[in-house]
Design a protein. Structure first.
Length: 155
């Protein structure tokens, strides 16, 4: 099947082996991105408050167990910022894709949408990893109760 590039009067873009992209296709990511941002922001605010509390306790007590928890939370906070960045750029590229469809720039629209999907996948991948390591702070406390795998100076 030969490759086609063209636009129709209905706003559909035909590109690469009959694939079509309508202005509503990139718009489908808007609700998903909005919900993800709400989730990411809640996680970020919760971790920020927890880090502030643990930092205050660490300044008073100087406990290495608290320091290990803070280090775990620092990694999680970095992941959440990456998730937010990938999601924001994905949203921006969805807008660029929609503008490409409306202006008849099919290759730009498809490219922007493909990259937006890739960045959304990266954002979700960071979320999966952050959820995976979120048990780390609890594992530190549980290990302290059992007296094993503690940071140096905590036994």
């Amino acid at each position: 099947m030969p490759s086609k590039v063209g636009a129709s009067c209905t706003g559909r873009v035909v590109l690469y082996f009959g694939m079509t992209l309508e202005v509503s296709t990139p718009a489908l990511l808007f609700p998903a991105i909005s919900l993800l941002f709400l989730s990411y922001t809640n996680r970020f605010l919760h971790l920020s408050a927890l880090i502030r509390s643990l930092h205050t306790d660490w300044l008073v007590l100087g406990d290495e167990l608290l320091r290990a928890q803070i280090n775990n939370l620092r990694r999680r906070l970095t992941l959440i910022r990456a998730m937010q960045l990938f999601g924001a750029v994905s949203l921006l590229l969805c807008v660029a894709s929609m503008l490409g469809v409306v202006s008849g720039r099919q290759i730009v629209a498809m490219g922007a949408f493909a990259v937006a999907l890739g960045l959304m996948a990266l954002s979700l991948g960071c979320l999966v990893y952050e959820v995976w390591i979120s048990g780390g702070a609890l594992r530190i406390l549980l290990n302290a109760v059992d007296g094993k795998d503690l940071p140096r100076g905590c036994r």
